[in-house]
Design a protein around this ligand. Structure first.
Ligand SMILES: [Zn+2]
Length: 266
């Protein structure tokens, strides 16, 4: 066990013995003091959705959180997470270009900073949205950390596109109060997904994945895919054209998430 691990274990023990009122707590992050069944810190730490001063409401009154969109229209939004990366993002962009459809890219800020030229020539066709700066789990981050992770990506996307992003997808779909509070400060809509590429289920059965996505997708769905990552995801990326064609044949129209949101209840 490392020194820091031992120290944390000791402090955890101290917390349980003194019901949270232990000396020297200020030096320990609130997240370290969380116990399996103990009380969570009220106004600090990842769970808190209210500012610690108990006086300042967030700039925006509410945060919409969407998995899909209620609509009768055969609209669907394709989303690609974790890039842009030179390995697969260009391949995805070529498929989308061949098919003449838009998509929403939930980019990792530092990947965008390193590969911003990848989207050159595609301005206006696709939407870039926030997937944090370096893809850490927001459910473990306090307000300062969550704000940093979201703000750095926000600024990078704004710099590259000239347009401030309005959609946030938390890595892993993990949410905490601090994420919601940050989203409320920035005016973000939190976007999850209602369907996803099941790459691990269909690794050796590409036609099966094409059939699953083509048949299972419903009006208003937000489909999760990835434009970088482990090799098994190539079963989705390599068969995008077939899936898109399959959905077009069923009468679906592809839109960005923002345009899908605009079609709510229609
Ligand atoms: Zn991700």
């Amino acid at each position: 066990m490392t020194f820091s691990g031992g120290r944390r274990a000791l402090l955890r023990h101290g917390v349980s013995a003194t019901a949270g009122a232990f000396a020297g707590a200020a030096a320990v992050k609130a997240v370290d003091a969380i116990q399996a069944n103990g009380p969570l810190p009220f106004y600090e730490g990842p769970a808190a959705s209210i500012h610690a001063d108990r006086r300042t409401p967030p700039k925006h009154a509410q945060v919409d959180t969407v998995w899909s969109v209620d609509t009768e229209r055969k609209l669907v939004a394709l989303t690609f997470d974790d890039g842009p990366m030179p390995n697969w993002t260009p391949k995805v962009l070529e498929s989308l270009k061949r098919q003449g459809i838009p998509a929403t890219f939930f980019v990792v800020g530092r990947n965008l900073a390193a590969n911003k030229d990848i989207f050159r020539g595609y301005e206006g066709q696709h939407e870039l949205a926030n997937h944090t700066w370096e893809h850490k789990d927001l459910a473990r981050q306090d307000l300062a950390e969550a704000t940093d992770a979201i703000e750095r990506a926000h600024d990078e996307i704004t710099k590259v596109t000239g347009k401030a992003p309005t959609l946030l997808r938390p890595p892993y779909g993990h949410l905490a109060g601090s994420t919601m509070l940050t989203a409320a400060e920035f005016g973000y809509t939190v976007v999850l997904w209602s369907r996803q590429m099941l790459e691990s289920d269909y690794r050796d059965d590409p036609p099966g994945l094409v059939e699953y996505i083509s048949a299972a997708t419903a009006p208003g769905d937000i489909i999760l895919a990835h434009d970088t990552g482990p090799a098994d995801r190539l079963v989705a990326i390599g068969n995008l054209d077939a899936m898109i064609s399959g959905l077009k044949n069923r009468g679906f129209e592809f839109v960005t998430v923002t345009d899908l949101l605009a079609a709510r209840h229609t």
